[in-house]
Every structure is written in C-alpha cells, then in structure tokens.
Design a protein around this ligand. Structure first.
Ligand SMILES: N=c1c2ncn([C@@H]3O[C@H](COP(=O)(O)OP(=O)(O)OP(=O)(O)O)[C@@H](O)[C@H]3O)c2ncn1[C@@H]1O[C@H](COP(=O)(O)O)[C@@H](O)[C@H]1O
Length: 108
C-alpha cells in the first residue's frame, strides 16, 4: 500500500518551488503565473475527472483525480495552506454527526 507520506513530501516540494526558477519547474511556473492560472488548472482537471468517470475507465479516473488533487495542493500552497489543513477539517467532521455538520455549516 502506498503511504500517505507522499502528501508530506509533495507538500515540502511545493514549498520549495515558491522560490524556484519558473523556467525549470512546472510548479514554480504556475506559482509565478498566479491565482487565476492555478484556478484555471483546478477547473480543467475537475472537468477531466467528470469525463473520465463518465467514460468508466478506472485507470483514467485515478490519473485525473491525481491531477486534480495535485492542482488543489498547489492552490492550497499558494494560499499558505496545505493538505494538513484539509485533513484537520475532515477529522473535525468525523467527530460530529451529519445533522450537527449541517448546523455547523449554516453558521459559517
Ligand atoms: N504530481 C505532480 C504533477 N501532476 C501533474 N503534473 C503536471 O500537471 C500538468 C497537467 O496538466 P495537463 O494534463 O493539462 O497537461 P499540460 O497540457 O502539459 O498542462 P499545461 O502545461 O497546459 O498546464 C502536466 O504538465 C503535468 O506534468 C505534475 N507536476 C508535478 N508534480 C509533482 O510536483 C513535483 C514538482 O514538480 P516540478 O515543479 O515540475 O519540479 C514533482 O516532483 C511531482 O512530485
């Protein structure tokens, strides 16, 4: 089984890319282009996930979800956040029932 440590390593790499030369790194180039370019990639990858799911190709679906996860991690890093913030939110939700979750969301 692949370890979730990949998220830790990827997160560290993304942080390093903030100061990297945009000409030699895909991520550094995306950071350099800014928020709109990152959001465009997230939107494109989300659409590709939907198309892969509709096609019923499991390998394609996994690859497109990996692209989507990757680009959302770039988006989080660009906003000073990481996978840890999302995991903390999921853990918070695990501790409350569906009814409480709905009430909590309404208050946000
Ligand atoms: N996990 C990924 C990863 N997943 C997808 N991609 C890139 O995301 C892009 C996906 O976009 P598309 O499928 O639309 O392909 P494309 O047409 O080439 O994309 P565009 O150039 O049009 O944006 C491709 O260029 C992929 O190479 C990734 N690029 C990098 N990583 C990780 O990020 C690390 C740092 O990458 P660099 O910054 O390139 O060193 C790497 O070591 C990897 O671990």
């Amino acid at each position: 089984m692949v370890s979730a440590d990949i998220l830790e390593r990827l997160s560290a790499t993304l942080a390093q890319r903030r100061d990297a030369d945009p000409s030699v790194s895909y991520v550094a180039k995306l950071f350099h282009k800014g928020t709109d370019a990152i959001l465009k990639k997230v939107g494109e990858e989300a659409v590709e996930v939907v198309m892969a799911a509709k096609d019923g190709e499991q390998l394609a679906l996994v690859r497109e979800v990996a692209d989507l996860w990757f680009h959302t991690l770039v988006l989080l890093a660009h906003n000073g956040l990481s996978h840890e913030d999302v995991l903390a939110e999921l853990a918070r939700r695990e501790g409350i029932s569906g009814i409480e979750e709905k009430a909590s969301r309404k208050q946000d």
